[in-house]
Design a protein around this ligand. Structure first.
Ligand code: NAD
Length: 359
């Protein structure tokens, strides 16, 4: 009997976690699937067979749901189940009492390591990439100015200055998109390692000396010294003042986002300028931003949105579906039987229940 993967829908996430391509991958790995009624409602046009939620919960061996199951559903589970979700254990420690002790294991896709091997399963990267693109389109549409240089008989329009703060996955995509639209782009990141990538996209890297770069942090940014923060503030203030559009993406996993664009800096911007704060859900990089809000302060449009990938819902769904299918494939052996290989590094890093003593 093939292993069954079940997909549950949730009101909290309109993305469809299943696609025709992902079904092919799953079939190749040895899965059949069950999907909850309504799972593709938000994207439309995906013709797959679906079943009631209770059937997925009862019959699937591996169950994906973007949000963790409720305590009630959890206690009603019977038999061996592998749960896949986003548990964000770096925000709140996992409560082992949430899981029935027998036969259930849980894996968190936000704990998949940022390694080359795991790249095809990395939902955070997939979404960051879409969001970075979308942030630039949003900035361009709000700015009462043109992005590229334009020479007309009536005069020359100079290109817009775009500043991207944080050159991770989202920031690099924002840089590439803003360049394609013809803007002049500057970018800043505490990780000096991204300088070459920024420059190879044709953007100028804003230099601040003395950053602490911690390789042991697995590629994530680490807290910086007060001296560095002072120099950084000056460099960012100068770059913000020049910018027509600022896109901020800087995050510190499990901690509030650093405040990088202060109200004083906002005051120095030209009226009609735009700030897109993509770190708004964890406190924001701009002092004046509010999550999911569009506010105007000192004549500047400030938009806080950490889920801009939802604006490209079809692509967000397709990438999510592929990421899940690639991840679920490593739960099976070559014959398609469930084998939770405790030697597998990706599984080791992403399991949240049961926790081993070393976690
Ligand atoms: P993130 O969303 O955690 O942060 C975005 C960027 O903000 C990062 O580049 C970070 O350095 C920067 N930042 C943090 N604090 C800052 C500050 N005070 N000032 C300026 N910038 C600041 O990052 P992410 O996009 O998820 O990527 C994290 C790292 O993982 C990156 O090195 C990325 O290249 C790497 N990565 C590797 C893989 C892979 O190899 N599979 C996949 C994804 C990401």
């Amino acid at each position: 009997m093939a292993t069954i993967i079940g997909y549950l829908r949730t009101d909290a996430d309109p993305r469809c976690p299943i696609s025709l391509d992902s079904l092919k991958k799953l079939e190749k790995a040895g899965y059949t699937y069950l999907a909850e009624d309504g799972i593709a409602d938000a994207i439309g046009g995906l013709e797959i067979s679906t079943v009631p939620r209770s059937e997925v919960l009862r019959d699937a061996h591996v169950i994906y749901c973007s949000t963790p199951l409720s305590a009630e559903e959890m206690s009603a589970l019977s038999g061996d189940k592998v749960l896949i979700s986003f548990y964000a254990p770096y925000e709140e420690a996992i409560d082992p009492n949430h899981f029935p002790s027998d036969g259930v294991s849980a894996y968190s896709m936000d704990m998949i390591p940022r390694t080359t091997l795991a790249q095809s399963m990395d939902v955070l990267s997939s979404m960051a990439s879409l969001a970075g693109y979308q942030a630039v389109l949003l900035a361009a549409s709000k700015l009462p100015r043109y992005f590229p240089m334009l020479m007309t008989a009536a005069g020359t329009i100079r290109p817009a200055n775009v500043l991207v703060i944080g050159a991770g996955v989202a920031g690099l995509q924002a840089i590439a998109t803003a360049k394609r639209l013809g803007a002049r782009v500057e970018a800043f990141d505490v990780r000096d390692a991204v300088r070459d990538e920024v420059q190879s996209l044709g953007a100028k890297f804003v230099e601040v000396e003395g950053a602490t770069d911690d390789i042991a942090a697995g590629g994530y940014a680490v807290q910086q010294t007060p001296e560095y923060l002072r120099k950084q503030k000056e460099a960012i203030a100068a770059a913000v003042k020049k910018a027509d559009a600022v896109i901020t993406t800087a995050q510190l996993r499990g901690r509030p986002a650093p405040t990088l664009v202060t109200e004083e800096m906002v005051k120095t911007m030209k009226p009609g300028s735009v700030i897109i704060d993509m770190a708004s859900s964890s406190g924001g990089n701009c002092e004046c931003s509010a999550d999911t809000q569009h506010v105007q302060r000192h004549g500047v449009h400030i938009i806080g949105d950490s889920q801009l990938y939802l604006q490209t819902l079809q692509d967000a769904s397709d990438l999510l579906a592929n990421n899940i299918a690639n991840y679920a494939s490593i739960f099976l052996d070559e014959e398609g039987k469930l084998l939770l290989n405790s030697e597998n590094e990706i599984l080791q890093k992403s399991i949240v229940f049961p926790q081993s003593d070393s976690q």
